[in-house]
Ligand binder design. Structure first.
Ligand code: A3P
Ligand code: MG
Length: 255
């Protein structure tokens, strides 16, 4: 294991990569499949991240999908610095090798806002982070592309795509979908109906640092480290698509 960087951006990227390497190892060597592989991945990535955070940032609080005791007020609500992590986002896709649409999310919330984010896509060998904000290339597609859940695409997004003349691009993991906009694989990610702070914190921090639009579906800001981490909807897109998308949702809702 390489030394942990001292700056928070580099540290977040390093953490995400350490967990990513552990996940690749579990996938390649455990011999497990299906639910057992999902559970082994979640547990291994959570254990490593918890250990490394306790070792290198012992005074900071944590909110993790895989640590239920952090979901309520475990001290994080009064903390100055809170790491919001999803040790394995896109668990379903992780359990379907050789799919690469799964990710490790590490964000830092500090003093009321997200200040750091890192999203590792270990099977792609790529990590996106706020230390070196990604440069989003001009869109390579004439038609807008909207990334949607592979397993549970919200119905309103099909109607939105029809109005915008867009195509839907199904893939797993909230982080992968937001990074697909950064990578010019899609132009927008629009989601409603359920999600939690850990699903969006790190990729939203990276997307915002890259100059993309990030908000709730009603256009209001995404707010993190709240008492209830349920944060059911999100829009991440190229800035030019924000008005058309938010206007459609204002007129038609998300039901
Ligand atoms: N309706 C919903 N309610 C709760 N969580 C949801 C959800 N839709 C998506 N998610 C979460 O968002 C992540 C991406 O989902 P999807 O690939 O379907 O877009 C998944 O995280 P995990 O893989 O960490 O559980 C999934 O659990
Ligand atoms: Mg998740």
């Amino acid at each position: 294991m390489t030394d942990a960087p001292t700056d928070d951006h580099g540290f977040a990227a390093w953490l995400a990569e350490q967990a990513g390497a552990r996940l690749l190892e579990v996938r390649a060597t455990s011999g497990l499949e299906g639910e057992e592989l999902k559970d082994a991945g979640d547990a291994a990535a959570q254990a490593l991240l918890a250990e490394l955070l306790a070792l290198h940032r012992p005074h900071d609080a944590v909110l993790s999908e895989e640590a239920v005791e952090t979901h309520g007020d475990s001290g994080r609500l009064n903390a100055e610095r809170v790491w919001i992590i999803d040790p394995l986002d896109g668990t379903r896709e992780f359990s379907e090798p050789p799919r690469d649409d799964w990710a490790v999310h590490v964000a830092l919330w500090s003093g009321g806002a997200l200040t750091v984010g890192a999203v590792a896509q270990p099977a792609l060998g790529e990590t996106f982070h706020t230390g070196v904000p990604p440069v989003v290339p001009p869109s390579s597609s004439e038609r807008p592309r909207i990334a949607v859940s592979r397993s549970r695409p919200p119905a309103f997004v099909s109607a939105l795509a029809e109005e915008l003349g867009a195509e839907l691009v199904p893939m797993g993991s909230a982080g992968v979908k937001m990074m697909s906009v950064v990578r010019d694989v899609a132009d927008a990610y629009v989601h409603a109906g359920g999600q939690y702070e850990w699903d969006s914190a790190a990729p939203v921090a990276v997307a915002a640092a890259a100059g993309l639009h990030t908000s709730r579906v009603d256009g209001s800001p995404l707010v993190y480290n709240r008492p209830d981490p349920y944060l059911p909807d999100v829009v991440v897109c190229r800035p030019a698509l924000a008005d058309p998308i938010l206007d459609f949702i204002r007129r038609h809702g998300t039901d």
